[in-house]
Design a binder for this molecule. Structure first.
Ligand code: ZN
Length: 340
């Protein structure tokens, strides 16, 4: 019996969405996933500046730490504040004491120049020593040239690619568009509409809460031969809660299943950020075992050590003032919402 686990990994996050809460409702209620992108996320990301990005990352990293998540695999987009954005996020995560693996999601939605600048941000950040993957928003918003450019750059840099795949029905062409480009070090978020038999290589990240929220369907990730990990897709940093949801959703299509598959998805995060395995989280519940955790909502970390340093003690961060981070984030959220 143990109340201790390694640090958890959120394998697909969008720290920039931390300030979305409380944003004004879109002029027209989105009726499908494409409209949710167009009317919510693509308006929000276009309004971001570096100061907003900084405080959304500080808040998102803080909330991850408060939930025992010591490593964040982030996918970032801010088309009007591209250059330097990954440094700002890396710095914020480091300040809070959380590990990060960052990517700028390139897209041709704003023209070829936007895609080129996104690619350059990935390259600049990683060549300067930043811990990153090369980001692609999704095949359906990129030209073949951009997809190839990102894959080539990643290969050149010796890192993987972080990309959304088949999240909605508008991206069902992705397996054909990405054929021959993917490798085992790719991170493919969602794969809801990816056929069970496909040729894409890499880790599939299951984001059940986001998929339900966007009404895109159930990925049923147990059907894939690829490794599967768990992410929040920007809805906070509590991957234990995602594990719980992943388990009951699996159960909803197979009443004979136990929580072990979903627990193994949680553990696969350590293949993406191996150092998190040496982090230590002391939880409010003992034992931290799949059948227990699956039925114990509200479990929280009491103490978290990252790389041997205690960064959360008695449930409070040691490196930053949580009240100040929340106050600053609220100020930036007000600025952001005023632009929408
Ligand atoms: Zn995402």
């Amino acid at each position: 019996m143990s109340a201790i686990t390694p640090g958890l990994v959120c394998a697909h996050h969008h720290l920039y969405s931390a300030l979305a809460r409380g944003m004004p409702a879109p002029p027209k209620t989105p009726a499908n996933f494409q409209e949710i992108l167009e009317q919510v996320w693509w308006r929000l990301d276009a309004a971001l500046d570096l100061e907003m990005i900084r405080w959304s990352a500080m808040l998102g990293a803080l909330e991850a730490l408060e939930n025992g998540t010591t490593a964040i695999v982030d996918h970032h987009e801010s088309p009007n504040a591209i250059e330097g954005s990954l440094d700002v996020i890396a710095q914020a995560c480091a300040e809070v004491g959380v590990r990060s693996l960052l990517a700028y999601g390139i897209t041709d939605r704003h023209g070829a120049d936007g895609a080129r600048r996104g690619l350059a941000e990935n390259e600049r950040f990683i060549r300067a020593g930043g811990r990153g993957l090369v980001g692609i928003h999704a095949a359906f918003t990129c030209t073949d040239e951009s997809l190839r450019g990102a894959a080539d750059l990643a290969e050149d840099l010796g890192v993987g690619v972080h990309v959304h795949v088949c999240e909605g029905v508008g991206d069902t062409d992705a397996p054909r568009r990405l054929a021959g480009l993917t490798r085992d070090d790719w991170v493919m978020a969602h794969c809801v509409h990816l056929p069970t038999d496909h040729d894409l290589r890499g880790t599939i990240v299951h984001n059940p809460m986001s998929n339900l929220n966007n009404a895109v369907g159930y990925a049923n990730p147990v059907r894939f031969a690829n490794p599967v990990a768990l992410g929040t897709d920007g809805i906070g940093g509590n991957v234990l809660e995602v594990f719980r949801l992943a388990y009951v959703l699996h159960r909803s299509v197979d009443v004979t299943c136990g929580p072990d598959p979903a627990w193994s998805w949680l553990e696969n995060g350590w293949d993406l950020v191996p150092e998190a395995r040496s982090d230590e989280v002391v939880w409010s519940y003992d034992p931290m075992e799949p059948w227990h955790v699956a039925f114990t909502p509200g479990v929280r970390p009491l103490r978290v050590a990252v790389g041997g340093e205690v960064v959360l003690d008695d449930g409070r961060p040691t490196r930053v003032d949580a009240d100040e981070v929340r106050a600053k984030a609220r100020e930036q959220a007000t600025r952001l919402h005023a632009r929408l």
